[in-house]
Ligand binder design. Structure first.
Ligand SMILES: [Zn+2]
Length: 167
């Protein structure tokens, strides 16, 4: 459990990612922009129930643009977090325009995090713009991606675009 960071759903993350997140939080708070955690690790069962709810509300095709099928969520790895600053834009694209969202975009790579589903990347990453979702990859990767101007992990890893599930 990351120490000293408000965690609205009380979800843990893996220790390495938690320590990196604590360092990022300290730097953000120093700049007057503390954030809180709205999601961390989610079990298969939790993802199953979330995805089922979204599918019933919006239909499967729409749900798949912003939520993963159970067994496919980065949150199940314990290496992904959703972040928010309490300004009313939790899980909304507008979060990317808040001072906190802009700070995270600029500084996340220095702490080993990647803004995983950036604007315009849906044809490759398969999800809509999610400025709140950060994946821990470690600075060796995130700083190299930044230096090379690579926006998505599929391209960096030499994987094919993943706009959809294999049918
Ligand atoms: Zn997320």
């Amino acid at each position: 459990m990351p120490n000293g960071i408000e965690n609205t759903n009380g979800q843990p993350i893996r220790a390495t990612a938690a320590q990196a997140l604590e360092r990022m939080f300290a730097a953000a708070a120093d700049d007057g922009l503390p954030f809180r955690i709205t999601s961390g690790y989610r079990s298969f069962e939790k993802q199953e129930s979330l995805f089922k709810g979204y599918s019933e509300r919006d239909g499967v095709a729409a749900a798949e643009t912003y939520s993963a099928r159970p067994g496919h969520s980065e949150h199940q790895t314990g290496l992904a977090v959703d972040l928010d600053d309490g300004s009313g834009f939790a899980f909304k694209s507008e979060f990317g325009k808040t001072r906190t969202g802009l700070w995270l975009r600029e500084h996340c790579a220095a702490y080993g995090f990647l803004l995983r589903y950036d604007q315009g990347e849906q044809p490759v990453v398969g999800y809509i713009y999610e400025p709140w979702h950060f994946r821990y990859l470690g600075t060796e990767i995130t700083l190299d991606m930044r230096a090379r101007g690579i926006a998505n992990y599929e391209e960096y890893a030499g994987a094919e675009a993943a706009p959809d599930y294999v049918r």
